[in-house]
Ligand binder design. Sequence first.
Ligand SMILES: Cc1cc2nc3c(=O)[nH]c(=O)nc-3n(C[C@H](O)[C@H](O)[C@H](O)COP(=O)(O)OP(=O)(O)OC[C@H]3O[C@@H](n4cnc5c(N)ncnc54)[C@H](O)[C@@H]3O)c2cc1C
Length: 421
Amino acid sequence: MKIAIIGGGAAGMMAAATLLEKGVNAEIHLFETNNVLGKKVSISGGGRCNVTTGITDRNILLSKYTRGNKFLIPSFYEFPPDKVMSWFESKGMPLKVEDDLRVFPKSDIGTDVIKVFEKLFKNRVVLHLNEPVTKLAPSSEKEFYLETKNNSYSFNIVIITSGGNAYGHTGSKGDGYNFAKSCNHTITKLGPSLNSFEIKQEWCKTLAGISLPNAKLEYIQKDKSKVSVNGPFLFTHFGISGPVTFALSSHLAFEEISKENPKEISFFPVSNSSFDFWNKELLDTFLQSPKKQVKHIISNYLPKRLAYEILTLCKVNPDKKSSEVSKEERKTTAKAFSGEIKLTLVSRMKGDEFVTAGGVTLAEINKTTMESKITPNLYFAGEVLDVDGLTGGFNLQSAWATGRLAGLSIAKKLVQKKIIK
Ligand SMILES: Cc1cc2nc3c(=O)[nH]c(=O)nc-3n(C[C@H](O)[C@H](O)[C@H](O)COP(=O)(O)OP(=O)(O)OC[C@H]3O[C@@H](n4cnc5c(N)ncnc54)[C@H](O)[C@@H]3O)c2cc1C
């Protein structure tokens, strides 16, 4: 019995570790393009590796996936974030949950995650590092033909864990989509997700480096439904970035965005604030401090430079005393807090997306086993599937969980065939 895993990233490493843990009596071969395992995993989370999330509520957790959340239910039942955490800790890697519920190794060193697997695999997994798979096809009812640059192999079971096509220099170039197709699977439309945007408005760019703890962005889609996301926001020298921008990009993954086809969004510098709230809030504050310059009052709510910029956009002299601000000017300012400021997205920042939206069509995969419904003994896990989530550890969580479930299902299948130790 020979099992091939194509891709030594998060899903592939977890699948291999699970097969070992379950004592599967088979040769486990792990193919990896790079000369190291988990290149993308180790650079994730700014090199600290945001392993998973501290969110325990299942519905909240599933809401963090823009695509594939229902598909993930069985794998998350098997391997939810708290089990992922205890799994890593049981392997000698302590974790910490930060205030925003992102989970990192206590050491803040992403490569520590890889070390966990390297230790487990020593002399137990046949590691084919620096050996990218170039071809995969079913060769008979019970075997797959697998080709690499220098060799060809046959395997009884194959798990495709070769990731998406984001950050291709880490080795994930979308090869898994071709392997899936050669095994009769279909691939959905693909698009970038979790990226920054270039913005038309020049005033934004002058604010590069300014961040907001909880801004809101809204976009009205073609079908008139509204995408509304909130969270930390960042102005950059080209436009906008930060978690809330990434969340927006996740919803716009398949929209054409270009100078010829720009998209207008509403920008709320403070989330969840209505015009009525801001109109009253500003009125009250102006009355309380009539002699204070309006720029200083607005700076109580926003970073100074942004406050100044917003007043300028509203055509309110920032140096005016608040008692001199007219009712109309106050209303214009309140509107600026409640979505009146529009930003025009003119392009995605090329190549800075963290994940690929779309992938292997989920209807073709058994979500309780990760096995193909089309080609028996072929399994999929991780980002190669049409599953993707927001930032915050959710993409690694789905890779660990689906990789785990693939490993467990194969172990179960082999027990039924009595080829387990
Ligand atoms: C900069 C960045 C930061 C990120 N930060 C986070 C984060 O903090 N938290 C989070 O949850 N997610 C994060 N993500 C997303 C997360 O890293 C991925 O979603 C996750 O790694 C996907 O796991 P995977 O196993 O499916 O694919 P990958 O981890 O991409 O692994 C696929 C592996 O397959 C190998 N491979 C590809 N083709 C072949 C082939 N033909 N033959 C052999 N091997 C092949 C690749 O070299 C790669 O090692 C980040 C992504 C990026 C780019």
